[in-house]
Design a binder for this molecule. Structure first.
Ligand SMILES: *Cc1c(COP(=O)(O)O)cnc(C)c1O
Length: 452
């Protein structure tokens, strides 16, 4: 009889948490500091909850993106997408690094001017540009990206009256193989609307067509879609050259690169599944370089990258209010920040780290915000060490869209602090006050008094 081989027994520790090949793991390490600043001290000084922005991370991320594109293409320009985060200090870090401004409303346009961005380095996008705003943009030589024919004709009229040639581009939407297709902004490529708009500008000589623009979507996970878009815009530019002997000065590829956040329902963590700047850059620059431009007529490549440049740099610090058991036995932890200030929790499973030491034990929990509304859920299901009242947490990668889409609802919005390159903290937006919120309210005189 064949002897069985002896295998010595092994005792292996199983950690509960997300599965890996050894079983479950605790993926959490406490995050006690952000860029050298103690989380607890920041909360004591500026109040809880608190947004914190790392200037170092912004600059590093932008430099990384610039490197990816500039090593592949000779002329590259980033323009900061204001709607992604238009806190002025944040915008100015981007401007100090050389980014122009990309705005989508008159309000954002004013903000960019106020920050000191020269008019000719502001890209004015969006479907709703009021006549007065267009006049100002023409006056300032801003780059006006036309969204629809009504706007095209209005700009023509303003140009004739102002005796000035506006600098314009058209926004082009197209089939890039990613669905649903964003076809509500700009002129469609496949059905000929884009070429029609180009002819309407070129054959009626009142404005300078300087660029072609597309913004194909947001949180895009397929670099190839940008390759398709860049090919189609290049083809339009070359057709303009052929028909009108005119060089298009720039191709603007818009924004939309995915950040490293994890989309809800995604199997892989965002950090593992989102393409890198190098992958997006490779797809875009390969398409333009191979399109057929002669060397000294290559267009400037503009990028309006938003979320991928700022998500990592933002954190939200908060405090535990309470714990309870739900009817089904699950642990529920209530935080002092809700979906009104963390708008992106509707789309992302934000990573949350405890801000103090904890034991190895973890438990599945639901993280709720403090709003008196059932939808106020920060994480539907998260494995965390049990947190107790007054413990602190850090929510990671919240730099994009939260500080612009946040809602003032039943309480005051938190302060925002920026940690500079020398790890010094600066307040860049004060916590709101009753006055800052009701300053614009008016109570008619007859309603001022009452007796109860
Ligand atoms: C919102 C927007 C951007 C930025 O998009 P991200 O997905 O955050 O990169 C860029 N360009 C235009 C026209 C936009 O509307």
């Amino acid at each position: 009889m064949k002897r069985m081989q002896y295998e010595r027994p092994v005792i292996q520790r199983l950690n509960v948490g997300v599965m890996n090949k050894f079983g479950k793991r605790t993926e959490y390490a406490p995050v006690t500091h952000i860029d050298g600043n103690s989380v607890k001290e920041l909360l004591q000084k500026y109040g809880s909850p608190l947004f914190v922005i790392s200037e170092k991370t912004i600059r590093q991320t932008l430099r990384d993106a610039n490197r990816a594109f500039k090593t592949r293409y000779p002329k590259v320009q980033f323009a900061w997408s204001y709607k992604t985060n238009y806190v002025n200090a944040v915008c100015n870090v981007f401007h100090q690094e050389g980014s122009w401004a990309e705005v989508v409303s008159g309000f954002e346009y004013s903000k960019a001017l106020h920050n000191g961005v020269p008019g000719n380095k502001i890209i004015f996008n969006g479907p709703d540009k009021a006549e007065a705003e267009l006049k100002l943009a023409i006056e300032n030589n801003s780059l006006i990206h036309i969204d629809h024919l009504d706007e095209l004709y209005l700009i023509k009229e303003l140009a004739i009256n102002a005796k000035k040639r506006p600098k314009v581009a058209i926004r082009v939407n197209m089939d890039t193989g990613v669905y649903p297709m964003w076809d509500r902004f700009g002129f469609n490529y496949e059905n000929g609307q884009a070429w029609d708009a180009i002819n309407k500008i070129m054959l009626n000589d009142t404005m300078d067509l300087v660029g072609l623009h597309s913004h194909i979507g947001t949180f895009m996970l397929a670099p190839s879609a940008y390759g398709v878009a860049a090919s189609k815009l290049s083809e339009l530019a070359l057709s303009i050259k052929k028909k009108y002997k005119k060089n298009i000065e720039y191709i603007d590829m818009g924004g939309g690169f995915a950040s490293r956040n994890t989309l809800k329902g995604s199997y892989l963590q965002g950090a593992d599944s989102s393409p890198s700047f190098d992958q997006f850059a490779e797809a875009i620059t390969t398409a333009i370089l191979n399109a057929g431009f002669v060397e000294n007529e290559l267009p400037l490549l503009i990028l309006e990258t938003g979320r991928a440049l700022i998500d990592d740099a933002g954190s939200l610090l908060g405090t535990v209010i309470s714990n309870k058991r739900l009817a089904d036995g699950r642990r529920a932890t209530i935080m002092d920040f809700g979906v009104n200030v963390l708008f992106t929790s509707f789309w992302y499973d934000h990573k949350v780290s405890p801000a103090q030491e904890f034991s190895q034990y973890t438990e599945d929990a639901v993280l709720y915000g403090p709003l008196c509304m059932n939808i106020d859920v920060i994480r539907e299901n998260i494995t965390l060490p049990p947190l107790k009242r007054d413990d602190n947490v850090v929510v990671h990668m919240v730099g994009a869209y939260n500080m612009t889409q946040w809602m003032q609802f039943i309480s005051l919005r938190p302060a925002i602090v920026m940690i500079d390159m020398d790890e010094k903290a600066h307040i860049i937006r004060n916590r709101e006050t009753l006055n800052s919120i009701q300053g614009d309210e008016v109570v008619p005189k007859y309603l001022k008094e009452f007796k109860l």
